[in-house]
Design a protein around this ligand. Sequence first.
Ligand code: CA
Length: 314
Amino acid sequence: MNSIRSRQVQIASRSDVGRVRSANQDVCGEFENADGYRLLVVADGMGGHQGGETASRLALETIGGIFERDFGAAETLLVRAFRAANDEIHRVGASDPALHGMGTTGVAILIGPSDEGWVAHVGDSRAYRLRDGRFDQITEDHSWVCEEVRQGRISAEEASVHPMRNVLLRSIGVGSEVDPSAAAIDLRSGDCFLLCSDGLWGELDDPAIAEVLARESPSSAAAELVDLANAHGGRDNVTVLVATVIDADEAPAIAMGVDGPTEGPAPSRSDSQPDAAALHAKCDSPGQRSIWTPPVVIAAVLVTVMALFWRLCA
Ligand code: CA
């Protein structure tokens, strides 16, 4: 099927500092090439104000730069781009004491011109898909609680309130290497994809997110989701990128609003075992997300003891 001329991708995004933090360390962006490929990226930086902002910006620029200048095979593009981002962030962090140890999460979708797409991520920024009324998370967080759920040691409900819920097992740029999770995805007309930082899914549950995506156009959905996250507390930066895939000849039949083929902004600002060296702690305190350093190790030990106590009492 050659749908290069018939497929439309409606894209909209919104990134907001939230109600508590003083700086926005999230970024998002979209890219398009002459062959009809679209790249969508969300990154969520950590490592102090300057470090977090720098890391997420470098991730977006590097991943977008690989897409624009060194595309190669579509199947391997996202993994190569994430690894290039890791190299760049790690290199810059190692050369500047003020940025030492900075890192970022990242999630990206590559939408091909036909029916193929690819998704990749590192950390707990997520991708979801709404298809025929069914809303699925299509990435699996690289987080301590997600691993505990996977191993059957805690429930998803326990994970959502667990004191260790902000500990990441992988991130981009902190270690000298990164292992992105990547997978091929099929594309169908009417599919709606959502990329977001944890500032969204930490405030809203899946049914609330899905209801907005099913009801609104991408631009209205992006705005409403950010507003809802802020209304629920806005304790973190919140970033959403919504993309709906529509075959042009079916567009009138898709009830997804009146957004044009693209309305996204210019760039705004293979699984393995968790790498202990890349273990990160994301702090809930406003404006801060610190990375695995000696004080954080001490704090994490205390949190672990609390977690064990919490589990015994649960
Ligand atoms: Ca965040």
